[in-house]
Design a protein around this ligand. Sequence first.
Ligand SMILES: C[S@@+](CC[C@H](N)C(=O)[O-])C[C@H]1O[C@@H](n2cnc3c(N)ncnc32)[C@H](O)[C@@H]1O
Length: 242
Amino acid sequence: MKYMDMLALLGVGGAHPGGLHLTKQLLEKEEINSDTSILDIGCGTGQTSAYLYCRYGCEITACDINATMVQKANKRFEQLKLPCKATIENIEDLSFDNESFDIILLESVAAFTNLSSSLKECKRVLKKGGIILAIETVKEPQMTEQDERLVSEFYHFQSIPNEMEWVEYWKKAGFSTVVSRREYKVEVEVEGEDEEQNIDFGTEFDLSDEIPSNIYDLFDDHERLTKKYQNLLGFCIFRCIS
Ligand SMILES: C[S@@+](CC[C@H](N)C(=O)[O-])C[C@H]1O[C@@H](n2cnc3c(N)ncnc32)[C@H](O)[C@@H]1O
């Protein structure tokens, strides 16, 4: 079993650094209204897509390569009675027409794919002047090749670029403006007051009916690796304009 199968069977929602709280904060900075068309690629169980529709009433297209994720996203939409539908799509070969979307969201997705193909596809389906918001894993300078191999094998990352390498990938794919950010603070409202703190929020689970027992070993390995590489793997927020 692979890491991504584990996420799908456990139905992990908010499976990206910063979770939904970081997502909310990034989206608040954008101009989004009911006419905005947003593509959530690698939507997982649909947490962000559902939030987007509830908050902005915008046009949401959710997709993921994993059928279990798509099924769980659709279950969420049905339970919430949202007019959204997730479909199976591969970011490297999307079925959408050219220049279809105002905004594309990639929340911990692209690093699992062939970056040259996937970023080029994103550029193709994004309208001129459209925006990509991506929260992606970056490699820190101290990471050795051996560590990188080990981490990539476990998570099935196709590559783990450092921040500058990511910027180069975005530019090569044709994005004109690429802004990257490493630091973020999540603002949380507590009883009407704004409190600022660094948080990694927000996982939820939607378990499949049948969970193979080896999934728990995999989960333990994931926890162990996360701890071991916490200083060698970071994440970065990219905002790129088509
Ligand atoms: C770490 S999870 C993040 C899920 C979701 N964005 C979230 O934040 O909860 C990565 C997701 O990317 C999807 N994915 C991986 N490769 C993909 C591809 N080639 N095309 C579309 N989705 C892909 C996986 O199936 C998985 O749902």
